[in-house]
Design a protein around this ligand. Structure first.
Ligand SMILES: [Zn+2]
Length: 343
């Protein structure tokens, strides 16, 4: 990369939560969150509990459309909806397929809802994968699972030939993750955040700089590890050039000798999860969109057209071709209203 071109391959979001697309504008929690743990309790765990499959469908559809509008043609998703587990991964996969965005699905297994909740989460991963779904075995995080659940998830991943997609040491509450996962983790795992990871752990690291700043969990220092690194948004949209610029300036804040080439490699590592996204083409509003040094210092670059590897136009003049943008937005607004009533 580095020639003068207004096109690139499709981009990959290495860690997303499509279920969070409706969260914007949600009612303020009853108690003001003051740290990472209370942000989970007051915001995300109340939100995921209120989700049903109809809300999820339009949340995923809106998230997929917004990804495509940012030139992101592939998403590694991590999902939780404890009161609508069965079939939830199909709903996400189908919504993305309708829009024309590639997706890898995972259900975030946790013991937060008792042993039955964990069992049903594992079963949803297994059901989806055995039916031929593209995905990984999801685990919320070590600190919300007991050892038996972590072992069961790792075992299911081995048996189904995929990796585990898990949050690792995102906040200080999960500092024991490295120790507890050391004997389980493998190279095909996707280990997300790793801000407070205290030892090397096998897998690809998903770095989510915007989310980490938003939760005040600290800087993850992804260059400190030998692992491959991919960029994710952790549910805050899927604008990977925006995430790249933020990743770059966060890196520079800690190392003024760092260059944009480093964060560009994180973007490209996304193709290890979706090699075929390299065959998608995105045309951008800027004529050096393939240059790390240009993109790092050029806010507001927009995707104009997206053409899939097999030649289908998926985005034309910034609008999705397969679904009606206005209808998706209207339905998502309707479902967001239902969700907010539940909250
Ligand atoms: Zn996440």
């Amino acid at each position: 990369m580095g020639s003068m071109s207004d096109t690139t391959p499709g981009l990959v979001c290495g860690h997303h939560h499509l279920y969070s697309a409706l969260a914007r504008g949600m009612p303020a929690p009853p108690v003001q969150p003051t740290d990472f743990r209370s942000i989970l309790e007051q915001i995300w765990w109340r939100l995921d509990t209120a989700l049903d499959l109809e809300m999820l469908r339009w949340s995923a559809m809106l998230g997929a459309v917004e990804a495509l509008q940012c030139g992101t043609t592939a998403i590694v998703d991590h999902h939780e909806s404890p009161n609508a587990i069965e079939g939830s991964l199909d709903v996400i996969a189908e919504a993305c397929a309708e829009v024309g965005v590639r997706v890898s699905c995972a259900y975030g297994v946790t013991d937060r809802h008792g042993p039955d909740g964990a069992r049903r989460g594992l079963a949803e991963n297994e059901r989806f994968l055995r039916a031929g779904g593209r995905g990984m075995v999801g685990v919320h995080a070590a600190f919300t699972c007991d050892d038996a659940t972590l072992e069961a998830a790792a075992d299911l991943a081995r048996r189904t030939g995929v990796g585990v997609h898990i949050h690792v040491a995102e906040g200080v509450d999960d500092v024991a993750a490295g120790e507890r996962l050391a004997a389980l983790a493998a190279d095909d795992w996707l280990i997300v955040h790793c801000v407070h990871l205290d030892r090397p752990l096998a897998g690809t690291i998903a770095h989510n700089p915007r989310s980490n700043m938003n939760n005040a969990v600290g800087y993850a220092r992804p260059t400190a590890w030998a692992n491959p690194v991919v960029l994710g948004t952790d549910g805050i949209g899927a604008d990977m050039l925006e995430e790249l610029r933020l990743a770059y300036v966060a890196l520079r804040a800690h190392d003024v000798t760092a260059t944009p080439d480093t964060v560009w490699t994180w973007l490209e590592e996304g193709y290890r999860f979706f090699p075929e996204a390299r065959t998608d083409r995105v045309r951008w509003s800027y004529d050096h969109a393939d240059s790390a040094w240009h993109v790092a210092f050029t806010p507001g670059i927009r995707a104009i057209d997206v053409v899939s590897g097999d030649g289908e136009v998926l985005l034309r003049d910034g609008r999705p071709t397969r679904v009606d943008l206005d209808e998706v937005r209207a339905k998502a607004t309707e479902q967001a209203r239902r969700l907010f009533t539940q909250l």
